[in-house]
Every structure is written in structure tokens, then in C-alpha cells.
Ligand binder design. Structure first.
Ligand code: GLC
Length: 505
């Protein structure tokens, strides 16, 4: 079928022969709703390029295109000991990263702490207090009884923050289902530092970074072909290096035009004004019922947080409103609960290796107390494929748009996140979409042949990437390059970097 990308692997034939006509009609309708053909991919990509450019102007557009003050790539010879903190949706991760003398090497120790669900909708004080407690625990555990210098910290805060300085950031709005009062529109660093100070934790925040920027830098540390960092996880976003001369909104800083600046695109906001993305009625519901309607239009069609919910909304609609009434006569109470299915549910449906879809059958029974007929199982499988394929193909539009904007003929794109790493066929479907967008000839040389732009598994952005950005920042401050640094003395104060080289043991 044109434009659907690679079909599922031939583990099963997936015959629709025994699917009754009316159910088949619904399946065909869903295919129309969720399929994005080559022409549409190209149109979305073109519009994306102009929106990326617009986001860099003084007036701005819907994509924030946040300058990060991470200026340039690592050369592989960064050294030192750094802390890295990652405030994700499910976990809080604290790492100590050692960058040794050897090029491109690193050592890492880490601890994970659960992010209690209540924190995501609690108060700002609770959030910062909890994070500071975890950092304190980490340091007490790993450095018991030691006399410590202030440890430089790279803090991965994976939400849109506008940054006048690398060690500060004003949260533009919560994304990914977070909804904590009193943080939006404010600098997140002072209350965080306050919580550390109250507890006497010896940490100096050196860089506030986005997960995409961390991914870009960590991946470029080990693979110099990497030009873009992407996250396809609970949220969806990318970062790349722009020349300061192409960032009109930074013109007042008079930075050399060739100097590089990592841009955290926050591309989840692409098409918030709904001019190009082919939204289905289900996408409209997701948006309306979300904590921030009208925001993150692109992300809501792609990210892991929403894939299961899309699937759920379609099934409820087919039960309630369509003539076919799937799961007829059954209690769909569990299915009615918003966000009761996550992307791993869809992954499992797509991964079901059996011709009779018995794993899908059992999953529906155990998770939702539903007994599905064989045709209903075929519908579930097709629906999961459609939602997963659409997500991968739309993601490729963003990657292609950055390549077109920068005129990259070849590139590696470092990608991370649960959807990229775990969702079946996501990589292959994304690669297929890139081939369609760029009209690449079919690969000669079989499997080993490479596409000019390849999305590859990233290095650890919020650990190694955050440490590298802290290292690059300290180096820059020591060299007197102070663009985007609020207070150079304060940044180094009490850390090893403040001491003369001979004292730095
Ligand atoms: C959301 C956040 C963004 C982050 C992405 C991936 O889009 O707004 O900052 O990079 O999720 O985690």
C-alpha cells in the first residue's frame, strides 16, 4: 500500500478474510484517518522548515527554538568529575560522571529514585524539596565522610525553558502531563538552589539543559557524524547546532556569526495553529481533555504519553457510536478510564507473533476484562499499526525539516526515549518515511547499505551529555567566554575549577 511505510514483519499473514464487512469498513475508515502519504509528508516537512526558521526570529512562531548557551560540540578531550540530575516523568536519576583523559571515554555511577505520581500535580516546594533530598542521599551514600568541594551539576530539565543564561531557565509551560502550580513563567533554578542550600548539599548548578541537547552532545562525543539529537519518549523533541548568525533573536548579543549554539527546538509545539497536520477527531479529544489544550499539537500525535490514549479513544468510539459496536454487550468500564493504556500496550499488540493474535486476546482480557472476537483482534492489531506508523512517519518530518533547513546531505541523528527504543518497527518506519521525503533511490547493496540520514541509538544524554555540557561551560568560563553566563565567579566558586591547576588534585 502506498505511503504506509514498511508493513509489519511477516511473522503472521494477518488475513482480513474472516472480518465481517461492516467491521472491515471501519478499519478502512481508520486507515484513511491515520495514514499519511508521501505527498503529505513532504508538505508537512516544507511547512516545518519555515516554522523552524520563524521560531528563530525576534517575533517568533509557535516552535520556541530556545537558544541553550551550549556553544559548540565537545572535542572528546573534556575531563573532570560532574554530577548529572535528570528529572524525568517516572524516575529521578542522579549520576556521577567521570570524564577521563582518554578521548570519548566516560565512567558513570548512578542511582534512580521513583518520581511519586502525586509530585507531578503537587506544589513547587514539594517538587524541589524531593529532588534536593535525593541529591543529598546520593552524595551521602557515595561520598560518606569526605570533605567535598562544590560539585558542578548538569541538570536535565526536559521541559521548555527560555534561557537567558545557561544556568537559569524560565519554564514556558509544563508539558507531558505535569501540572505543578507556581512554576510556569518563573525561573526554576533559584527555588531549586534554595532547597539545596537549606539542606547544605555541596552542589553548584553549572548548566540547566534539555534532554535533547544532552542527547545531541553525548552522541556527538562518540560519533562526530551526529548533527541532531532527538527524544521520542513520553514527549517528543529535538535539538541541533545553529550558527549564531542565523538566530535573529540573538542579534543584540553581537555573537560571531559562525559561532555555534545548540537550539532546543521544542518542536512538540509545531502546528499549534492547526494548519497542516491531519488531525483526527481523536486527536481533537486528546487535546481538549489535556491539562494544556492548544499546546504541543505535534507531540500529542507522536509521543508515548498519547499513543495508548489514542488507541483507547478509538475503541470506546467504536463501542459506543458506530454501528458495529465492538465488544457488544460487555462492560467496557476499565477501557473508559482516561490514560488507562500506555504505549507499551500498543507495543505488545504489535509484537503479538501469533496468527490468531492470542497474546492480544489475553492482554485485552487481563488489562481490560474484555473478550474480543477474532475480527475485533484484527481491528486492534491494525489500529495499533496505524497509530504507531503515523507517529514514526510524523517524527521523520521533523528530522527531515532540520536537515533541509541546515542543508545537511548526510547526518546521524542520535535518538533516545522509550518509543524509539521499545516500540516495534518505529526505526524502520521512520527510515522509510525519510526515504519518501527525500526521494532517495532504493538502497543498493542490501541490508548493509546506508541511508544518507540515519536515526541511530543515542548515548546517554541526561548523564554523559549533561556532564559534558557542564564541562564545556566551565572551560568556556575559564577561557573568559562569558556569553550566556550570569555570574562567572559564582559559577566557579568553591569548585575545583576555581583553584589553580596545580591545586586541582
Ligand atoms: C517535551 C518537553 C521537551 C522534551 C521532550 C522530550 O516535549 O517539552 O522539553 O525535550 O518532551 O522529553
Amino acid at each position: 500500500m502506498v505511503g504506509l511505510g514498511p508493513r509489519r514483519q511477516p511473522s503472521r499473514k494477518g488475513s482480513m478474510a474472516d472480518v465481517p464487512k461492516d467491521l472491515l469498513r471501519e478499519i478502512r475508515h481508520l486507515e484513511e484517518l491515520f495514514t499519511i502519504d508521501t505527498a503529505k509528508l513532504k508538505a508537512i516537512t516544507e511547512h516545518f522548515v519555515s516554522e523552524l526558521t520563524k521560531g528563530l526570529t525576534e517575533e517568533g512562531g509557535s516552535i520556541p527554538m530556545n537558544p541553550t548557551w551550549c556553544m559548540g560540540f565537545p572535542n572528546g578531550y573534556e575531563t573532570g568529575t560532574f554530577l548529572a540530575l535528570d528529572m524525568g516523568g517516572t524516575n529521578l536519576r542522579v549520576c556521577e560522571v567521570i570524564l577521563p583523559e582518554e578521548k570519548g571515554e566516560f565512567d558513570i555511577i548512578q542511582s534512580k529514585y521513583r518520581m511519586p505520581e502525586e509530585l507531578k500535580t503537587g506544589t513547587a516546594d514539594e517538587l524541589w524539596g524531593y529532588i534536593a533530598d535525593c541529591l543529598q542521599q546520593f552524595i551521602e551514600y557515595h561520598h560518606e565522610g569526605e570533605e567535598l568541594d562544590q560539585l558542578p551539576l548538569g541538570f536535565t530539565f526536559s521541559y521548555p525553558a527560555s534561557q537567558d543564561y545557561i544556568d537559569h531557565g524560565v519554564l514556558q509551560r509544563w508539558t507531558k502531563g505535569f501540572d505543578i502550580d507556581g512554576v510556569e513563567g518563573k525561573d526554576v533554578v533559584p527555588p531549586f538552589e534554595e532547597a539545596l542550600k537549606e539542606r547544605g548539599v555541596p552542589i553548584r548548578l553549572t548548566a540547566l539543559i534539555n534532554d535533547t541537547t544532552g542527547t545531541l552532545i553525548a552522541s556527538a562525543y562518540t560519533d562526530t557524524e551526529v548533527k541532531i539529537g532527538c527524544i521520542f519518549g513520553t514527549g517528543c523533541n529535538a535539538a541541533y547546532m545553529e550558527n549564531c548568525g542565523s538566530i535573529p533573536k540573538l542579534a543584540h548579543m553581537n555573537l560571531p556569526p559562525d559561532t555555534l549554539m545548540a537550539i532546543n527546538c521544542e518542536w512538540g509545539a509545531f502546528d499549534n495553529e492547526h494548519v497542516i497536520l491531519p488531525r483526527t477527531p481523536y486527536d481533537v479529544v486528546i487535546d481538549k481533555e489535556s491539562p494544556r489544550p492548544g499546546q504541543q499539537a505535534f507531540e500529542k500525535m507522536i509521543a508515548g504519553l498519547y499513543l495508548g490514549e489514542l488507541f483507547r479513544l478509538v475503541l470506546v468510539d467504536l463501542h459506543d457510536n458506530k454501528e458495529i459496536h465492538i465488544f457488544e454487550g460487555q462492560d467496557i468500564g476499565t477501557l473508559r478510564k482516561p490514560y488507562s493504556l500506555d504505549a507499551s500496550f500498543l507495543s505488545a499488540v504489535e509484537d503479538d507473533p501469533f496468527e490468531n493474535l492470542s497474546e492480544t486476546h489475553d492482554l485485552l482480557a487481563s488489562k481490560l476484562s474484555l473478550r474480543a472476537t477474532k475480527p475485533e483482534l484484527e481491528l486492534c492489531r491494525r489500529l495499533a499499526e496505524l497509530i504507531g506508523t503515523r507517529a514514526a512517519r510524523l517524527s521523520a518530518c521533523g528530522v527531515a525539516a532540520i536537515c533541509k533547513k541546515k542543508d545537511y546531505k548526510t547526518a546521524h541523528v542520535g535518538a533516545d526515549g522509550s518509543v524509539f527504543n521499545k516500540y516495534p518497527h518505529f526505526k524502520a518506519r521512520g527510515a522509510q518515511a525519510l526515504r519518501e521525503i527525500f526521494d532517495w533511490e532504493p538502497k543498493k547493496g542490501g541490508k548493509s547499505a546506508r541511508d544518507p540520514v540515519e536515526i541511530v541509538a543515542a548515548e546517554d544524554g541526561s548523564g554523559v551529555g549533561a556532564a559534558l555540557i557542564a564541562a564545556l561551560t566551565i572551560k568556556r568560563v575559564q577561557e573568559g567566554q562569558l556569553a550566556g553566563i550570569k555570574n562567572a565567579d559564582a559559577m566557579l566558586k568553591g569548585t575545583k575549577a576555581e583553584k589553580k591547576p596545580e591545586e586541582q588534585v
